[in-house]
Design a protein around this ligand. Structure first.
Ligand SMILES: [Zn+2]
Ligand SMILES: [Zn+2]
Length: 238
C-alpha cells in the first residue's frame, strides 16, 4: 500500500525501483580498476607490481589483514556518499551495500572470515547527535543482511580528546582535538567470548589511518586476531 502511494525511485535516473538505486545505475557506478594492491585495495598502475603491493604499503606496518572497496572516488560516487552523509539520505546505505557484498564475495582472502562479525567504524557521540545516524552503521546493517552476518555496533568507540588548556579559543581547541578509537572497557577483560575475525565497515577509505586506528583498538580486545576492512569507496590519488 505504502509502496503504491509512495513508490521508491532511483536516486540517479528517477525510474521506479526496488531500492533507491536501480540495478542499471548501481552497475554503472565507477569500479576500482584492476590490478589492485592486495593489502590496501588501491589500484596498482604500470607493469610488474612488486609482490602485488602498492608503493604506499611497502614496508609499512599492517594492523589489518587487508582492505577492499568496490567503488573509486569518481565525482558521481562521492556525490552519493555526500548525500548519504550530509543530505539526510540514509536509505542510500541499503541501495549501495550490494556493491560491497559483491566485492566481499569476490575476494579470495575473505574465505578465512567465514565466521567473522561485522563492526562499523564508530562516529563521535557529538556527530551522532548532529547527524542522527552513523552512515557506517547503516552500511554495516545492510551488509549484515546481505552476507547473513551478525553486526556488533559497540565494540569500539570514537572519542575526541580535548586539549586540556582551557584558555584556548574554541576554534583553537577544535584544531587541537585529537580523534581516537578505543575498545569499550567491558570487552577488555576477555570474559566475553568474541569471534577472532572482524569485518570492519566504513564508507570511505582515504589514507587508511582510520582503518589502522580501529584495527589496533579491535585487536586490543582479547580474542580478536584478524580484521578485514570493507569500505564503499577507496580514494585513489592517481
Ligand atoms: Zn537508475
Ligand atoms: Zn596498498
Amino acid at each position: 500500500m505504502l509502496r503504491w502511494l509512495f513508490p521508491i525511485t532511483c536516486e540517479l535516473c528517477g525510474e521506479e525501483a526496488e531500492r533507491s538505486l536501480c540495478p542499471d545505475c548501481l552497475a554503472s557506478l565507477q569500479r576500482i580498476p584492476r590490478p589492485i594492491c592486495l593489502y590496501c585495495g588501491s589500484p596498482v598502475y604500470g607493469t610488474a607490481p612488486q609482490a602485488d603491493c602498492c608503493p604506499a604499503c611497502q614496508g609499512q606496518p599492517r594492523p589489518f589483514d587487508f582492505a577492499r572497496a568496490p567503488l573509486q572516488n569518481s565525482e558521481q560516487n562521492m556525490e552519493l556518499i555526500y548525500r548519504l552523509k550530509y543530505r539526510h539520505a540514509p536509505y542510500l546505505a541499503a541501495a549501495l551495500a550490494p556493491a560491497m557484498a559483491e566485492t566481499w564475495e569476490q575476494t579470495a582472502e575473505a574465505k578465512d572470515f567465514s565466521e567473522a562479525v561485522i563492526v562499523p567504524v564508530p562516529i563521535t557521540p557529538e556527530r551522532q547527535v548532529k547527524r542522527g545516524y552513523n552512515q557506517a552503521a547503516l552500511l554495516a546493517r545492510a551488509l549484515g543482511k546481505l552476507l547473513r552476518r551478525r553486526v556488533m555496533n559497540a565494540l569500539i568507540r570514537h572519542t575526541t580528546a580535548q586539549d586540556s588548556q582551557t584558555r584556548l579559543t574554541a576554534a583553537r581547541r577544535r584544531k587541537n582535538a585529537t580523534q581516537s578509537f578505543s575498545a569499550l572497557p567491558a570487552f577488555l577483560s576477555g570474559r566475553r567470548k568474541l569471534p577472532s575475525h572482524i569485518i570492519l565497515v566504513d564508507d570511505v577509505f582515504t589514507t587508511g589511518s582510520t582503518a589502522r586506528a580501529c584495527s589496533k583498538a579491535l585487536k586490543s580486545i582479547p580474542g580478536i586476531e584478524h580484521v578485514a576492512v570493507l569500505t564503499l569507496v577507496h580514494v585513489c590519488n592517481d
